[in-house]
Structure formats: structure tokens, C-alpha cells
Design a protein around this ligand. Structure first.
Ligand SMILES: Cc1cc2nc3c(=O)[nH]c(=O)nc-3n(C[C@H](O)[C@H](O)[C@H](O)COP(=O)(O)OP(=O)(O)OC[C@H]3O[C@@H](n4cnc5c(N)ncnc54)[C@H](O)[C@@H]3O)c2cc1C
Length: 388
């Protein structure tokens, strides 16, 4: 069957639902016929989004946990209390987000939800087409958040941030409830840049995530072994019950994602909203959604001009990935130098693309010069060769 509408939301996860919810709340798409296509019904907690922030954020009311004391542990066991300068670390459970957003959107009579596999999307002249096994949908605009690994160009880096997290019930909270151990490098580094996120979520509950930046994932039992070892040997917790787990892989790449293809707007990870240097996506996605909404309101179309992650940030991210790929200056040393020498609030502003070139310079100064200069020169040359 051939179905026409005004707007197609292809992929109803973080980006697709954030855009639709925020647009509907602003009244921008009132009266538009909108169809959301996703293979999942979003009935389970498939991930938790954590992010730092300084000000009131989108979906503030959904924040489940907030930590204001941020801590870093180097590979040799040094503990650094970070100078967060007013930033807090926060997390939102995806199930809370899906529940809140979907209960509002499902009551809107102009929105239809379709649970189906998307086979393809395309754009021609002023219309977009989305094909599922049963139907063909046609719309004026299509917002796509279904990610496909891109075909890489020469010298582009493609790292994976892969992780397994577990929530455990313990006898006591280690660390205390106010502390988030943002990067705990007290673990083997032989498979790449490897650290734990250790976040207390109740007096007797911890969320622990074993995270690696490398080019390939590990066999599942290795994540489990390392988590067990860390809990016993580093946290000194002998008895605990596993309440929940999460596994994920996030791309960290300097590939240049297309934002617009005809009337298709790529959003979320598919649109390049995952920061290549960190894998964090939540904040950047909300900023992109903000830009689309501003453009719709001021110009009547979604094709905003300026990206949040501009050329400067793209070059920094590519530099970091090149440094990691070279292996001469290892990730744990690099992050150790960074957090030891630069205040965390500067690093957060830098990673949020909110720092000046002078502030960037002070951050760069905390790192070893030669590997960075070499990698930066490589990143600039790669970019120049791509634009020719
Ligand atoms: C486990 C996990 C934890 C993460 N934690 C954080 C974090 O703490 N902080 C942070 O900033 N980022 C985090 N990320 C990265 C990023 O924020 C999330 O991946 C985020 O959900 C990306 O939003 P998105 O809309 O681009 O993709 P998604 O939220 O994945 O949405 C894409 C949607 O497309 C649907 N879909 C995919 N393929 C098809 C198909 N062929 N047909 C139909 N539907 C399809 C999926 O069901 C999904 O609903 C995490 C990622 C994972 C995987």
C-alpha cells in the first residue's frame, strides 16, 4: 500500500522522539500528518543516557540521578577530585523517556506509530520515500535516525566505544551517593583505552560500566570477567546481586556524516551527533534538534546552517582518534594528563563545543605536544584532501 503524509520520523529512539516531542510541544507541527516508523515498541529500558550539564537541560524532569562530586582515577591508582565548576553528571533511564514522551505523543491525533522494519529511505525532488516490507510511505520531509555503518574514506578512523554495564545491589554504596567516578582507569589497558564508570544509584546500589575505546569488540565473557575482577579487587565488594545489565557499541569516527540529503534530515548518531572523541550523543542530539526547530520556526524548513560540532571540533576529534590509533600516547595517559592539568569544567565546555580557541589552547597545553601536533597535522591534511 502507498501511504502519504507530511512528515516521516524514521527511527523513534532518542533523536526521533526528541524532535517530535519538542516540535509538538512548541506547536510547530500542529495539523501535520506525521508517521513514526520503528521496529521496536520501546517498551523496555534499552539504555541509560548520562551526560554532564551546567544549566537546565531538555528533559530535566526525567533525570533519575545527579552527581555533583566528580572523580577520576588514573591507571596507577591516583584519585583526582575534579573541579567541576558547577557542572553535574546526570542520567536518564531510556524507559522513563520513552514512557513520558510516548504517552504524550500517542494522544496526538495527527501522529501514527507504525512498528515495522525500515528497508530503505530515499529522496527525490520535494518528497521522501520510506519502504517497509508491507508499505511504501511518502512525505515532504523525513527525519532519519537509523544508523548504518558508513563507507569510510581513506585515512578515516573508526573506533568503537563498547561497554557492558551492570547495576548491582551491595551492602553499602561505594563510592558515596554524591560521587560519580567518571573515568576509573584502574584496570588492564591491553585491549585499548579501558576504564570503568562507577556510579552509585542508591545507598546500596551501584552502576558499573566496563568501557573500551578500540577497533573491535571483545568476547562477552571478557567484559564479565573484568567487571567481576574490578568489583572484587578494586571496590573490595565480595557479595552482590546483579539487578540489570546493559551492553552497547557506539561509533567513534571522524567520518563526515551527511546531515541533509534532499528532503531527508539525518539526526542522532546517523546524522553525526555522536561526538567522535567521547561517544556522548545525548546533549549534541538535543542541540541539533534545537537547531532544526529554530530553522522550522524562523525559515519554515528544517535545513539549519551551522552545526554544533563545527570544523574546529571535528579536527580536534580526528586528532584524538589519530593519537589513539598511533598508540604512542595511550588513552589512559592522555586522559590522565588532561584531567590532572586542566580543570574539568574547561574540558566539559570544550567537549560541548562551548570553548574559545584560547581556552582550547590551554587544554591542549596539558597534553604531550609531539603526538598531538603530528596527529593534528594529519587531521588537517586528511580534511584538505577530502575537500579537493
Ligand atoms: C547501551 C547504550 C548506552 C548509551 N549511553 C549513552 C550515554 O550515557 N550518554 C550519551 O550521550 N550517549 C549514550 N549512548 C549513545 C547514544 O546516546 C544513544 O545510542 C542514542 O540512543 C542515540 O540516539 P539515536 O536516536 O541516534 O539512536 P537510537 O536511540 O538507537 O534510535 C534509533 C531507532 O531506530 C530503530 N531502528 C534501527 N534500525 C531500524 C530498522 N531497520 N527499522 C526500523 N527501526 C529501526 C531502533 O529501534 C531505534 O529506536 C548510548 C548508546 C547505547 C547503545
Amino acid at each position: 500500500m502507498y501511504i502519504k503524509c507530511d512528515i516521516l520520523i524514521c527511527g523513534g529512539g532518542l533523536a526521533g522522539l526528541s524532535l517530535l516531542y519538542r516540535a509538538m510541544k512548541l506547536g510547530i507541527w500542529e495539523g501535520q500528518q506525521i508517521i513514526v516508523v520503528d521496529r521496536s515498541d520501546k517498551g523496555s529500558n534499552d539504555r541509560t543516557w548520562s551526560f554532564w550539564k551546567k544549566e537546565y537541560s531538555c528533559f530535566e524532569e526525567l533525570i533519575r540521578h545527579r552527581w555533583d562530586q566528580l572523580v577520576f582515577f588514573s591507571n596507577d591508582g591516583n584519585r583526582l577530585q575534579l573541579n567541576s565548576g558547577g557542572y553535574t553528571y546526570n542520567s536518564i533511564k531510556s524507559i522513563d523517556f520513552y514512557h513520558a514522551v510516548l504517552s504524550y505523543l500517542r494522544a496526538c491525533t495527527n501522529i501514527t506509530f507504525v512498528q515495522a522494519d525500515v528497508l530503505s529511505v530515499s529522496s527525490a525532488e520535494d518528497s521522501c520515500t520510506l519502504i517497509t516490507p508491507e508499505h511504501t510511505y511518502v512525505s515532504r520531509y523525513l527525519f532519519n535516525s537509523i544508523y548504518h555503518q558508513p563507507e569510510l574514506q581513506a585515512k578515516e578512523q573508526y573506533f568503537l566505544q563498547h561497554f557492558k554495564g551492570i547495576r548491582i545491589k551491595t551492602g553499602s554504596a561505594v563510592p558515596p551517593l554524591s560521587e560519580a567516578w567518571l573515568m576509573d582507569f584502574r584496570t588492564e589497558q591491553k585491549n585499548g583505552t579501558t576504564f570503568f564508570y562507577t556510579l552509585p544509584v542508591a545507598n546500596d546500589e551501584l552502576f558499573i560500566e566496563y568501557t573500551l575505546f578500540s577497533k573491535s569488540v571483545l568476547p562477552m565473557e571478557m567484559y564479565d570477567q573484568q567487571i567481576k575482577k574490578y568489583i572484587l579487587e578494586v571496590l573490595h565488594i565480595g557479595q552482590y546481586e546483579v539487578l540489570e545489565d546493559e551492553y552497547g557499541v557506539i561509533p567513534m569516527t571522524d567520518h563526515l556524516f551527511k546531515r541533509f540529503e534532499g528532503n531527508i534530515v539525518h539526526i542522532g548518531t546517523a546524522g553525526g551527533d555522536t561526538r567522535a572523541s567521547t561517544g556522548y550523543t545525548f546533549t549534541n542530539t538535543q542541540k541539533t534538534v534545537g537547531r532544526i526547530l529554530d530553522s522550522l520556526q524562523s525559515a519554515g524548513h528544517p535545513f539549519f546552517k551551522e552545526e554544533n560540532t563545527g570544523l574546529k571540533q571535528q579536527l580536534y576529534d580526528a586528532t584524538l582518534l589519530n593519537v589513539l590509533a598511533e598508540g604512542e600516547y595511550q588513552g589512559h595517559q592522555l586522559f590522565g594528563d588532561l584531567f590532572k592539568k586542566a580543570p574539568a569544567y574547561r574540558i566539559f565546555a570544550f567537549l560541548d563545543s562551548e570553548s574559545s580557541v584560547l581556552q582550547d589552547f590551554f587544554i591542549m597545553r596539558s597534553l604531550r605536544t609531539m603526538p598531538f601536533l603530528k596527529a593534528f597535522a594529519g587531521a588537517v591534511l586528511n580534511r584538505l584532501s577530502r575537500s579537493n
